[in-house]
Design a binder for this molecule. Structure first.
Ligand code: NAD
Length: 315
């Protein structure tokens, strides 16, 4: 399959390089100039796995303005706040035949994609796959080959041939995909998951295991989970896990799967980049307002992360 990977950051590189290694034609499209310059100067990207086995991998890299091809599938892996700009700059190579797929965190991106792609061409998903971009031109795939898992679902909840083809290519690339049948429920379940781990670890600048092993972790997590689940119930969103299953997944992920990992929200904050908190906890709180529910804890932690960003910027 011919892919255009829009956003060649941590996740774009991980998905794109693994799809390329599985035999697909992948072109990466990015706008961060120091990253583009470094990749061109090195003749590729330095790829590591858990900080080890650093090796150069050749990739095809373009900017939105220089890319002029017709891929079957566009994969979007930008940060939420970058997506609008990427869409505008890439619009010249979009057409009705193409599909748009994304596993970005947070919410807000689907509405933006809908301005450019028909609903039956949008496939959304979530990724429980940790990847770090230590600096321009290098990427660290956390976990062994085949580590992590992901969910995917077409926006119209009717998987077609292209959706199955994508699923098969992701499977060959060892991304461990599961095809689900509830679009909003799939995405929101992950938003809620991130609203606990990403946010708390960013506020306190701690790795995930430190939160998971803290004796008050259950109470803190449960409060955020309960608010979010109450809101989703009012909004008629069917989450793919029960509250208890979500709590168990949080516990397993933080203490067992990735205790040493710092979530991507933290990685942004320490690089003085804006975080996605408004699209995660902020999104949940705004959804609550629509249904006359005051998500006090989500509102509080949204501002707490902004305070942490502000503190960093003023250091
Ligand atoms: P990323 O920040 O690594 O890359 C996104 C874009 O930002 C790329 O275009 C990249 O070139 C650019 N960029 C990276 N560092 C920059 C800097 N210092 N200054 C300016 N531009 C910079 O983002 P990501 O981690 O690939 O995340 C993409 C989406 O996937 C997000 O929604 C994220 O929440 C989600 N996600 C990430 C992970 C993860 O482990 N990284 C896991 C699951 C989901």
């Amino acid at each position: 399959m011919k892919f255009a990977m829009i956003g060649a950051g941590a996740m774009g590189l991980r998905y794109g390089i693994l799809l390329q290694e599985a035999g697909n034609d992948v072109t990466f499209i990015d706008t961060w100039q120091p990253h583009i310059d470094k990749i061109r100067e090195q003749g590729g990207v330095y790829v590591m796995r858990d900080h080890k086995d650093r090796h150069l991998t050749k990739i095809k890299l373009e900017t939105p303005e220089t890319y002029d091809d017709d891929p079957d599938m566009l994969i979007f892996f930008t940060k939420q706040m970058q997506l609008e700009d990427y869409l505008k700059r890439c619009e010249h190579f979009f057409n009705d035949r193409q599909y748009a797929f994304t596993c970005m965190n947070g919410m807000g991106h689907i509405e933006k994609l809908q301005k450019y792609f028909a609903d039956d061409k949008i496939i959304g998903g979530t990724a429980l796959i940790a990847t770090v971009l230590p600096g321009p031109g290098e990427v660290d795939f956390m976990g062994k080959r085949g580590a992590g898992m992901m969910n995917m679902c077409p926006l119209n909840e009717k998987p077609d041939d292209m959706c199955y083809q994508l699923f098969n290519e992701l499977k060959k690339a060892q991304m461990n995909p599961t095809l689900t049948n509830d679009f909003t429920g799939t995405l929101m379940t992950k938003v809620i998951f991130n609203s606990v781990i990403n946010t708390i670890c960013t506020m306190f600048e701690i790795p995930m295991g430190e939160f998971g092993n803290f004796k008050g972790a259950y109470q803190m997590g449960r409060q955020l989970i309960d608010e979010a689940y109450d809101i989703c119930a009012r909004a008629g969103i069917h989450l793919v896990s029960t509250r208890d299953e979500e709590m168990a997944a949080l516990d397993h992920n933080t203490r067992i799967d990735m205790p040493l990992h710092y979530p991507s929200m933290y990685q942004d904050m320490i690089k003085d980049r804006p975080t996605e908190v408004d699209y995660i906890n902020g999104y949940i709180a705004n959804l609550g307002r629509k249904y006359h529910y005051e998500a006090a804890t989500h509102l509080f932690v949204t501002q707490a992360v902004h305070l942490a960003e502000y503190h960093r910027q003023n250091e």
